[in-house]
Design a protein around this ligand. Structure first.
Ligand code: RTP
Ligand code: MG
Length: 148
């Protein structure tokens, strides 16, 4: 089953939206495989957003991601990467559609509450950055008939 890394960024923790956002991933039918609260050091933020190095928003993005604790989660399920990106909405909270995390709860481009891996390959790399293999838990959902 496909896995993806989801981060509830520091604004989600500060705004006390951890429960509200997590509920949406849970109710979608995804399975929680890992969960922790992390005060990201700059080095981790740099590695996580390495693809954006050199862009005008890069330094500000690193300052944001290291400004307070982040909730790191691994979610698993059928096409988990795409399913989570759909739940999140597009980057800019103004443009994100209603019903999405960012569309319902964010107004900013940068402070947009969540990160989600954008491909299964990047998900594997990102999960390895944020989690040790032994931090991930495999278990069966007792009634999995409705989970993809
Ligand atoms: P993410 O990687 O966090 O899931 O977000 P994303 O794919 O929707 O957006 P991406 O282009 O990868 O940008 C990463 C994060 O950088 C911040 N950002 N700021 N000021 C700006 O123009 C700008 N553009 C992007 C956002 O926090 C975005 O989620
Ligand atoms: Mg991205």
């Amino acid at each position: 089953m496909q896995k993806t890394l989801i981060l509830l960024k520091p604004d989600a923790v500060q705004r006390r939206l951890v429960g509200e956002i997590t509920r949406r991933f849970e109710q979608k039918g995804l399975r929680l495989a890992g969960l922790k609260l992390v005060q990201a050091p700059r080095e981790l933020a740099e590695k996580h957003y390495a693809v954006h190095k050199g862009k005008p928003f890069y330094e500000s993005l690193l300052t944001f991601l290291t400004s307070g604790p982040t909730v790191a989660m691994v979610w698993e399920g059928r096409e988990a990467v795409a399913a989570c990106r759909n739940l999140m909405g597009v980057t800019d909270g103004v443009k994100a559609g209603p019903g999405t995390v960012r569309g319902d709860l964010a107004l900013s481009v940068q402070n947009n509450l969540v990160h989600g891996s954008d491909s299964p390959e990047n998900a594997a790399t990102e999960i390895a950055l944020w989690f040790k293999p032994e931090d991930l838990v495999g278990y069966a959902i007792t009634d999995s008939s409705w989970v993809g």
